[in-house]
Design a protein around this ligand. Structure first.
Ligand code: SF4
Length: 213
């Protein structure tokens, strides 16, 4: 049974963008200036996947590769996500993939663009789009990949470390499954630790199939 929460995050509460379709939402978002992140990013990275997907995966923000390609989860973290979804028996192409924040936030260090975590204000403003996507999709399950997605969906009352693997009930009727962002696995230096954490991530993702049955 999913747990219930007293408060939820901005993507599941308040007002969101309105448009007749996901494609129309994306076109609207291409002109978004709700925060400053559009100024330095190459382009908007909105989402990928079918509009009738039963499962929505929400990440943090596009990374360097995603910013250049204009597609979510096409960099190193996306590769791990693909592998782990496959091992968990989930077809990525059947899922809708999106991010809590739609423009790449980074710090320029020499020629490199270093990932910079979105702040609470940026998450709040971009929830205008994530909330609208969920309004259209009405999925059976939303997967929060990491702390930024969790904050957008469920606010500050849920933490990845404490609630990992939990299903949290929402007013939208679909639960949110709490897990890590796959980029976390890339930062673990010890090979054994990395293998253990990867296994835990696959186990978390396997709950998608269990829930859909
Ligand atoms: S990050 Fe989100 S809120 Fe900020 S400009 Fe981009 S689309 Fe708009």
């Amino acid at each position: 049974m999913p747990q219930k929460l007293a408060k939820i995050g901005p993507a599941l509460s308040g007002e969101h963008a309105e448009a007749p379709s996901i494609a129309a939402l994306r076109r609207q978002a291409e002109g978004c200036e709700r925060c400053d992140l559009y100024k330095n990013a190459t382009q908007l990275v909105f989402s990928e996947g079918p509009a009738d997907a039963r499962v929505v995966l929400v990440g943090e923000q596009p990374g360097d590769r995603e910013d250049l390609a204009g597609r979510p989860f096409v960099g190193p973290a996306g590769r791990i996500l693909n592998e782990c979804l496959h091992e968990a028996g989930i077809d990525r192409s059947s899922c809708y993939l999106t991010n809590a924040v739609k423009h790449f936030k980074f710090e320029q260090r020499g020629k490199r663009r270093m990932h910079s975590r979105p702040n609470a204000g940026e998450i709040q403003r971009c929830a205008w789009w994530l909330g609208a996507e969920l309004d259209h999709l009405h999925p059976d399950l939303v997967v929060a990949l990491g702390a930024t997605a969790l904050m957008a969906l469920l606010g500050r009352s849920v933490a990845v470390t404490k609630n990992r693997g939990d299903l949290i009930a929402t007013p939208g009727g679909y639960p949110v499954l709490v897990t890590i962002h796959p980029s976390y696995l890339l930062r673990i230096r010890d090979r054994e630790d990395a293998a253990v954490e990867r296994g835990r991530f696959v186990n978390d993702l396997a709950k998608i199939a269990t829930h859909l049955r």
